[in-house]
Design a protein around this ligand. Structure first.
Ligand SMILES: NC(=O)C1=CN([C@@H]2O[C@H](COP(=O)(O)OP(=O)(O)OC[C@H]3O[C@@H](n4cnc5c(N)ncnc54)[C@H](OP(=O)(O)O)[C@@H]3O)[C@@H](O)[C@H]2O)C=CC1
Ligand SMILES: CC(=O)N[C@@H](CCC(=O)OP(=O)(O)O)C(=O)O
Length: 349
């Protein structure tokens, strides 16, 4: 099925939003008809982003739901936590398809959401309506959906690294340890005490230890595929680079399997899913090998001495971790090939 669709992007002056503009500009089935800003409405886009000199839209629109519903068929929300809670229900009621890149609708339990995000979740009717769009795992839920909740960056890279082996029941699901590192663009474009140059340059630190809001999101996915409660230890770190997340995952196998058999399990699970690439024996992915692309690359090492399996998974946080997966979900929603408009080769070096 091929069909054109008009798209609006809210939060377009931020990193997720501008990455959506980059992806959608070359998408053959999409026309960007509204670019929305709460702080710069009425100004040209090039004022926020001088690298976007071509006229995509005349001026940035305000957050005006009837106007957006008039101009677009689908709206992408690349807004800070809490904003989608307010505006997504109105947009859905106005008949728009909504793809929310924020964390507002990812967790199905209101109590868990409040505990980890420290704010009240949206109306349960809308949370129920939101389809969690981890494309390679739950992509079958997406076609025909009106409302997609796009996974977080750490949850995407970590869940894709764990789902096949958790689903197979080959590991102890009570002793998973995830050691994840992100580039600074993961924190968005806004200035913050821990993200400005002199704090980040020549520095490396853990943050939100045992308190990261993505912990319950990953556990929700793993519990869903395992059919039982899964918990894990999850530590995030900030790395002095712009893009990329690398997740190092340690698990304890409970069945005797060789590294080759584990690799084959992953190959079979991701067969026909072009954005997950499994590395050969002894090869471990680096963030630059997916930079600017929608790929998630995964490598393995089974340590015969300790019996532990190390899984290394990488993505570009702004692409597979945000805008790219959002476009992948649009493709699945619309019944288009999931790679449409997303065949970016990583920029290297
Ligand atoms: N950065 C990343 O790697 C990832 C980010 N995400 C999530 O995506 C969302 C966007 O992140 P990111 O692009 O990094 O953040 P940024 O801070 O870079 O951008 C957010 C944008 O939201 C807009 N905004 C702020 N308040 C409002 C409001 N009340 N109504 C409408 N728009 C508003 C701002 O634009 P303006 O002032 O022009 O309105 C701002 O530019 C967040 O929820 C984030 O958690 C998810 C996965 C990865
Ligand atoms: C480096 C950095 O600070 N990253 C952010 C990722 C936030 C994000 O992507 O937010 P969602 O919860 O909407 O997915 C963090 O760790 O909170």
């Amino acid at each position: 099925m091929s069909q054109h669709i008009r798209a609006a992007i809210v939060g377009a002056t931020g990193y997720g939003g501008v990455e959506l503009i980059r992806m959608l500009l070359t998408h053959p089935n999409v026309q960007i008809t509204s670019v929305v800003s709460s702080s710069s409405a009425g100004t040209p886009l090039a004022e926020s982003f001088p690298h976007l000199q071509e006229i995509i839209v005349d001026r940035l629109d305000a957050v005006d739901v009837p106007l957006i519903a008039d101009k677009a068929d689908v709206v992408f929300l690349a807004t800070p936590h809490g904003v989608s809670t307010e505006i997504a229900p109105k947009m859905l009621d106005a008949g728009l398809k909504v793809i929310d890149v924020s964390g507002d609708f990812r967790l199905k339990s209101a109590e868990t959401h409040e505990r980890w995000y420290k704010r009240k979740q949206a109306d349960a009717a809308y949370v129920d309506k939101a389809v969690y769009g981890l494309a390679e795992v739950f992509g079958d839920d997406v076609p025909g959906a009106q409302f997609i909740s796009n996974p977080g960056c750490y949850p995407t890279v970590t869940s894709l690294g764990l789902v096949p082996i958790v689903k197979a029941g080959w590991i102890d699901t009570n002793s998973i340890i995830v050691d994840a590192k992100s580039g600074v663009s993961g924190a968005g474009r806004g200035l913050g005490m821990t993200t400005h140059y002199s704090e980040v340059n020549e520095n490396f630190f853990a943050y939100k230890v045992n308190k990261h809001q993505h912990t319950p999101e990953i556990e929700q996915t793993l519990s869903r595929v395992a059919g039982k409660d899964v918990v894990m230890t999850f530590t995030t770190h900030l790395v002095p680079m712009t893009r990329g997340i690398l997740s190092t995952i340690y698990v304890r196998p409970i069945v005797q399997r060789s590294e080759d058999e584990i690799r084959e399990l992953y190959r079979q699970y991701y067969e026909g899913r072009p954005f997950v690439r499994i590395r050969e024996q002894g090869k471990y992915p680096a963030t630059k090998e997916v930079w600017g692309s929608n790929y998630c690359d995964i490598g393995f090492s089974l340590d015969e001495r300790t019996g532990l399996l190390t899984i290394i998974s990488v993505i570009d946080n702004l692409v597979k971790g945000a805008a790219g997966q959002a476009v992948q979900n649009l493709n699945l929603m619309m019944g288009w090939d999931e790679t449409t408009g997303l065949k970016f080769t990583p920029a290297y070096p």
